[in-house]
Design a protein around this ligand. Structure first.
Ligand code: FAD
Ligand code: SF4
Length: 509
């Protein structure tokens, strides 16, 4: 062989220009790596899904006539890390040129750029925004609003545009998209499309190599592991979920067998592993919108915003701040993650539902991640490193470039506002408005103090009070601070005392 080309587990883009021609002198390497299963403790389904998708991708390339070396942990375990494995393969096959696609994680980018051999870096050809344009959209260390970025991308890629104006005259339909479920809505929830990919061999391989992981994983994996399954899921989403996606995107319920999936696309694994491209997903969704009268503008705009707006923006924030981001702890949070994050046994029903679902499916939807689990970690001041590691491990779609800004930035405000203009802190009232969790909870969402009062209530006010020196001047928090100041001193005192009791006994909640 003349060249070695590396394909990482999140680079399963079959449309990449690499594969346009069959070249017998190029060897493609896809390898299960001990360093990738060990850099954080992962959910078993996450490791299994990546390994199964890598295997399927390797098989696909091989059948298309490419030369492929697919290594399992059995073969790669002898090598300490990726550079050592690459050196050994290049020596064994007498290859002098190494080529790779730019990794989306800084950890891997550094590792590959530091290799001493002759090497060429390629783009992954996946995202909308090219790397060399990042500076024109966001300066390192500066904050910017997703909304303005999103509008620029809508114009630039001509998505839902009518000349230079947004279709329908408005950029944003968020106000229409905040409905919670009524009992009749819950009965109509669509059954999620799940797959049954056999993964017993991978599971025994993980056991054989004593890979430490957590969470539930059956012998059949429900996540898509190849492009045709991913496309099937996309089509299913456009048909059954997109018509109500926007309006119920923030809603939560624990009253249905489909509570875990609702109207969400569950495409994040297919997207982040690059089996699907964001352009393909948006094109399908737009075609469905144009063909189906039951998909209105608020629904399609809400969906486009997630992928063209949030997903691309998160990547921009990550790469423009990458060296310091993992160190940021603006609110000096230092408490330890309670053990129920690993088994779900807590009396707080919202946390119990969201954590157990994450343990069962390696998946939770955005508001569970942000306004239940993330909000709890923010209010209780859990150390961002521990929170990051938990999110990075547990979710099927968790890769650092997308996990970290969402966790440290959006959920924890640990970046001091680079990502979000205010902390997403809320009391139990928000959870009660957007879900039915409180109805069956041990705690009473209407109470602020007392043994059975909802912990989120006093924790919320205690958080605002404790962080007044840093957050007090934020104009977006002016209203809650005004409301706090309107309470009489005795009530304030009782709430703070209660909040402190919870903070001192987090493990017991
Ligand atoms: P849908 O609700 O169907 O949305 C469609 C798509 O939009 C998603 O597949 C995703 O690609 C994109 N999207 C929506 N919101 C975001 C966002 N905030 N950032 C990036 N993309 C977005 N997403 C990940 O892909 N990986 C993560 O590790 C991750 N960690 C998160 C941690 C926290 C604390 C929070 C608050 C959010 C996190 N998200 C992460 C964003 C979002 O919650 C998930 O993308 C979404 O829940 C995936 O489910 P879905 O595919 O059903 O999404
Ligand atoms: Fe969560 Fe409080 Fe509601 Fe219980 S009462 S589900 S703890 S918000």
């Amino acid at each position: 062989y003349h060249k070695l080309r590396l394909i990482l587990g999140d680079q399963l883009n079959a449309s990449h220009s690499w594969y346009k021609q069959k070249q017998p002198n190029i060897l493609y390497l896809i390898a299960e790596l001990p360093q990738e299963v060990n850099y954080v403790k992962h959910h078993t389904q996450k490791i299994v899904a990546f390994f199964a998708a890598m295997q399927a991708f390797a098989n696909g390339l091989q059948s298309a006539g490419h030369q492929v070396l697919h290594l399992t942990l059995d073969e790669s375990q002898a090598h300490k890390n990726l550079p050592e494995l690459l050196a050994a393969i290049m020596q064994q096959h007498q290859i002098s040129i190494f080529e790779y696609q730019r990794p989306d994680e800084n950890r891997l980018l550094r590792q590959l750029r530091n290799l001493a051999c002759e090497k060429i870096e390629y783009d992954t050809e996946h995202f909308y925004l090219p790397f060399d344009e990042f500076d024109t959209y966001l300066k390192p260390g500066k904050s910017s609003k997703m909304e303005f970025f999103y509008r620029k991308l809508r114009k630039r890629f001509d998505i839902l545009m009518d000349d230079q104006q947004p279709v329908g005259g408005k950029w944003n339909y968020d106000a229409q998209n905040r409905k919670s479920f009524k009992p009749a809505d819950i009965k109509q929830l669509p059954e999620p499309l799940v797959f049954a990919n056999p993964v017993k061999d991978i599971l025994s391989r993980l056991q054989r190599h004593q890979v430490v992981s957590f969470g539930k994983c059956e012998d059949n994996l429900l996540w898509p592991i190849n492009r045709s399954q991913a496309l099937e899921l996309l089509k299913y989403f456009c048909r059954y979920c997109l018509p109500l996606f926007g309006q119920f995107q923030d809603a939560m319920t624990c009253q249905s067998a489909h509570s875990w999936s609702l109207y969400h696309s569950r495409l994040s694994f297919a997207l982040n592993s690059k089996m699907l491209s964001p352009k393909q997903v948006i094109a399908h969704a737009l075609a469905a919108y144009h063909q189906n009268a039951n998909i209105d503008l608020a629904q399609i705009e809400g969906f486009v915003r997630q992928i063209l707006g949030w997903r691309e923006f998160v990547r921009l924030v990550y790469w423009q701040n990458t060296e310091q981001y993992s160190q940021l702890n603006y609110l000096n949070a230092s408490r330890t993650l309670p053990s129920y994050f690993w088994h779900g046994k807590t009396k707080m029903n919202c946390m119990q539902q969201s954590i157990n679902q994450s343990l069962d499916y390696a998946y939770a939807h955005h508001i569970q991640r942000l306004m239940v689990i993330g909000n709890f970690c923010l209010l209780t001041g859990i150390n961002p490193e521990e929170v990051d590691a938990w999110y990075l491990g547990i979710y099927i779609d968790a890769i650092e470039w997308v996990e970290m800004p969402n966790t440290r930035g959006m959920a924890l405000y640990a970046d001091g506002g680079l990502f979000a203009s205010k902390p997403y802190a809320s009391s139990g009232a928000y959870i009660n408005r957007m879900s039915d969790y409180c109805k069956t909870c041990y705690y009473d969402v209407k109470q602020k103090t007392g043994r059975k009062a909802c912990p989120f209530n006093s924790l919320y006010w205690t958080f605002l009070n404790n962080h007044r020196p840093t957050l007090g001047k934020n104009p977006r928090l002016a209203m809650p601070y005004r409301n706090w100041d309107k309470m009489d001193k005795e009530q304030q005192q009782a709430i703070i005392q209660q909040g402190q009791v919870w903070l001192d006994n987090l493990q017991e909640l």
